[in-house]
Design a protein around this ligand. Structure first.
Ligand SMILES: Nc1nc2c(c(=O)[nH]1)N[C@H]1C(S)=C(S)[C@@H](COP(=O)(O)OP(=O)(O)OC[C@H]3O[C@@H](n4cnc5c(N)ncnc54)[C@H](O)[C@@H]3O)O[C@H]1N2
Ligand code: MOO
Length: 439
């Protein structure tokens, strides 16, 4: 296939992918940041520098279960000639009184328990007889042994997390340890997903001839959630313009209006293109983008009957087109609004099979990236290019990004790939035909 595989109307041109991406990005405005409790902070970004309000550890404490001593008192202790000390105190972790060790005595102490004043080392229980009234210590230790000094991890006032840090489990652990129970993070963009099409039936409902299960709504909501957004699925509506607008007005005029409405379907050239028809009176532009899948696209602002306006992006209905369009146009600016890395990691990989791509369109093919036994990263294109092959989409861990000006690409050539790390891949029949590799 070479040349445009798609007839264009006279004077019609295809908009470059980058231009449409910019237009969609311009529609998305970040919300003001919000303060959230740690359980809601995972995967989000701290807006401001976080300084330690306290030191960690907060007090000198024992690193071992054993005996707090003065190192000088047990300097000569050996297996053959243990030093015997009276055990004056028992200090479990959590004891809050302040103790003082008298010279020539030991305190039994547990890991994490506060060191008594006057003690300068802990000898671990393995080097003793474990006594509770008196203890026989068989090894001398240097001062400082098994003592965790106050502030040795982080000192009060130190920078704990610089602004922009993505909060993973360890960062949330550090905040909790510092006694910080909430943080200021970018608010999640609220996106309403509206699926259109009279043929669509909810999962679990029986299908009549010509009907299909609605899948774009479920898929796009999942993609939004995975990207860090708050997604609300709107029940798809029949292909009726007034019903479509009424549905949209109800959410946009609600007390929790979305930042973005994402539709799928109803934007191509058919006789019943509800999205296109319903938005004819709005500031929404419908274009053909030089991309496959994902050629028919729309974007702009929708205004409700009472004059509220919201950003709207209309994705094509074919499932692969909808999901790939989301990846290319919608996910990056939403991630930017969350101060998260906007783009998928990109790399290059050696193509395992010949590929054909329509010249004049940037093609995103589904692929499986894997490391060959020789250590070379390679990408195996899976499934045909047409945009109803949801199964192959669900089998991919990468999108192969083929430039507009390419048509035939031979096996072995290096191609650009976007790594979709949060896409779990399922095996396909192709897998058994492929040599076993890692990744
Ligand atoms: N004469 C032309 N026909 C088509 C053109 C064109 O330029 N001229 N473009 C084709 C391309 S490319 C695409 S992509 C699709 C886009 O169509 P729409 O956005 O109008 O989407 P629909 O027609 O409503 O649906 C397309 C396809 O996807 C299924 N679909 C829709 N919504 C869902 C959903 N929520 N869940 C599951 N499946 C859905 C729908 O049943 C159709 O099979 O147009 C081509 N045609
Ligand atoms: O451009 Mo469409 O999105 O191929 O199926």
């Amino acid at each position: 296939m070479s040349g445009h595989d798609h007839p264009l109307r006279p004077g019609e041109t295809l908009r470059p992918v980058a231009d449409h991406a910019r237009r969609v990005a311009d529609l998305i405005t970040p919300r003001p940041p919000v303060r959230v409790a740690l359980p809601d902070a995972l995967g989000r970004v701290v807006v401001d520098d976080v300084h330690a309000p306290i030191s960690l550890p907060g007090f000198d404490n024992s690193a071992m279960d054993g005996y707090a001593v003065r190192a000088a008192d047990i300097a000569g202790a050996t297996d053959d000639s243990p030093t015997r000390l009276p055990v004056a105190q028992d200090i479990p972790a959590g004891r809050t009184d302040v103790l003082t060790l008298s010279p020539g005595t030991a305190h039994r102490i547990m890991t994490g328990a506060p060191m008594p004043d006057g003690a300068d080392a802990v000898v671990q229980v393995e080097y003793t007889d474990g006594g509770t009234d008196t203890v026989a210590i068989r090894r001398g230790v240097d001062a400082g042994t098994s003592v965790r000094r106050a502030g040795s991890d982080i000192a009060a006032g130190d920078l704990a997390l610089p602004a922009g840090t993505v909060l993973g489990a360890p960062q949330i652990g550090l905040l909790a340890a510092l006694g910080i129970g909430d943080v200021v993070v970018p608010d999640r963009p609220h996106v309403v997903v509206l699926s259109t099409g009279s043929e669509l039936v909810a999962a679990g409902q029986p299908l009549q001839h010509g009907q299909i299960h609605e899948s774009n709504g479920a898929m796009l909501c999942a993609a939004l959630t995975a990207a860090g957004c708050r997604a609300t699925a709107l029940h798809f509506v029949p292909d009726d313009v007034e019903e479509f607008r009424a549905h949209l007005d109800a959410v946009v005029d609600s007390p929790d209006p979305p930042d973005l409405v994402l539709t799928s379907g109803g934007v191509s050239a058919g006789a019943y293109e509800v999205v296109k028809d319903a938005l004819a009176r709005d500031d929404v532009e419908f274009v053909k983008v030089a991309m496959q899948p994902g050629m028919p696209q729309g974007s702009g602002r929708y205004t409700t009957a009472i004059g509220r306006s919201v950003a709207i992006v209309t994705l094509p209905g074919n499932p692969v087109s909808a999901q790939v369009s989301f990846e290319i146009f919608v996910r990056p600016p939403l991630r930017a609004a969350l101060s998260l890395p906007r783009d998928r990691p990109r790399t290059t990989a050696a193509l395992t099979d010949d590929l054909r791509s329509p010249r004049g369109k940037r093609q995103f093919r589904r692929g499986v990236v894997e490391t060959a036994p020789d250590g070379v990263l390679r990408v195996h294109p899976i499934g045909p290019p047409s945009s109803h092959h949801l199964r192959y989409l669900a089998s991919a861990n990468a999108l192969i990004d083929i430039p507009e000006d390419a048509d035939d690409i031979a096996a072995g050539e290096s191609v650009a790939v976007l790594l979709l790390d949060d896409w779990a891949r399922i095996p396909t029949p192709d897998d058994s035909a492929r040599p076993q590799t890692s990744r």
